[in-house]
Design a binder for this molecule. Structure first.
Ligand SMILES: C[S@@+](CC[C@H](N)C(=O)[O-])C[C@H]1O[C@@H](n2cnc3c(N)ncnc32)[C@H](O)[C@@H]1O
Length: 365
């Protein structure tokens, strides 16, 4: 398979975990992300194209092309500028699918992608007169929590196939257990009872000093998941604010004297701002700035009146676990670059569930 817009390789991780795929190409313009991909899946750096997809012309023949172009152009949080060049990247995806002679493709994007003109154009490309006329498409709206990820993250998945339709990926978890489904994985299970136990008390704020050579360039890394268990120094007034916010609450629950002056005038708006996560629920969707509590519901769930209180955002390691990564995954880049890789990734457990139905179709003759 070939992974386009590969990021840190979350999608590849899930496909490889399924067991029947082999990655033989990846395209990623961000050098740190490409280095992370290579550290995990291409140690000699031979099949990772670290550049703009427009310059990727030496396309190998593969069975499957997977990938998710950047979503800033589509996401409700982005500016949604229709002229945004990032919105045109799906065209490059279509070009590479054609040139690779793939039998199937998997295109991942944000939930609201399904409401954009680009989505219609992608479906058109796979219709009778389009460039991918021999492909049939199926569209799935999937929540990563339904596949064992400790996070509610809804994504649009377009599966294109020249060899017949796939079954819907089989859900393994649900909000409440029953009928053969397990209950969604909450943060308590993910941070305290899973294979990686992450101590809530963290003092370290720096990544270890280490660099690797990636295709002739020095990149910070390679780091293990535990190296990413780092926090930041929040100022005192911020910590006082965080201390007032119980699990499930957010900035509207702050007393008046602790409201930010610029917020007082805004009594409505994103309720998730300065929100605290809950121990026994999956996290909300992790984004690239999960380390800033002001950007969403990213405060650690540990909050006891008078007890051990954890007044910080998730660490990078916690965010990676929330995205379904484990200790096998290695990381390269600065703190901000790694945060971006984590926030952008497709959760490997979700990718694995998709890989399963794709592999079944490809091997069923
Ligand atoms: C949503 S992320 C993909 C995440 C990835 N599928 C995963 O599971 O980890 C999109 C990626 O596309 C990359 N990208 C953006 N523009 C690109 C371009 N013109 N060529 C190649 N990669 C690009 C970004 O650097 C980003 O890492």
């Amino acid at each position: 398979m070939l992974d386009l817009f590969a990021g840190c390789g979350g999608m590849t991780r899930g496909f490889l975990d399924e067991g029947r795929f082999m990655g033989i190409g990846a395209v990623e313009v961000d050098r740190a992300a490409a280095a992370t991909y290579a550290a995990n899946f291409d140690p000699d750096g031979r099949h990772t194209f670290a550049g703009d997809i427009a310059g990727y012309t030496d396309v190998p023949r593969v069975d499957v092309v997977i990938g998710g172009p950047p979503c800033q152009g589509f996401s409700a949080l982005g500016k949604r500028d229709p002229a945004d060049v990032r919105n045109q990247l799906w065209r490059e995806f279509v070009r590479v699918v054609r040139e690779s002679d793939a039998r199937m493709f998997v295109f991942e994007n944000v939930d609201r992608f399904a409401k954009t003109p680009e989505f219609q154009l992608l479906l058109q490309a796979a219709s009778e007169e389009g460039e991918l006329a021999d492909f049939d498409t199926q569209v799935f709206r999937l929540n990563a929590a339904d596949y064992g990820t400790p996070q509610k993250r809804i994504r649009t998945i377009v599966v294109g196939s020249r060899v017949g339709p796939v079954d819907a990926p089989r859900q393994t978890h649900a909000r409440t257990s029953g009928e053969g489904l397990e209950q969604w994985v909450g943060l308590r299970q993910a941070f305290l009872e899973g294979p990686v136990v992450l101590d809530a008390q963290v003092r370290e704020t720096w990544l270890p000093e280490s660099v690797v050579d990636f295709q002739g360039h020095e990149v910070p890394g390679t780091f293990k998941l535990r190296d990413l268990h780092i926090t930041r120094n929040h100022d005192l007034i911020s910590e006082v604010r965080y201390a007032h916010i119980a699990p499930g609450q957010g900035r509207f629950d702050l007393p008046d004297d602790l409201q930010y002056p610029c917020w007082r005038r805004h009594t409505r708006g994103a309720g998730d701002v300065l929100g605290r996560l809950k121990w026994d629920e999956p996290a909300v969707t992790i984004r690239t700035e999960f380390f800033r509590p002001e950007k969403g519901r990213f405060l650690h769930p540990q909050w006891e009146n008078g007890g051990d209180q954890v007044n910080r955002a998730l660490t990078h390691a916690e965010a990676a676990v929330v995205q379904g990564f484990d200790e096998r995954h290695l990381w390269c880049g600065t703190k901000a670059e790694i945060a971006r890789q984590i926030g952008n990734a497709v959760p490997p457990p979700l990718a694995r569930a998709i890989a399963d139905v794709v592999a079944r179709r490809l091997t069923s003759g």
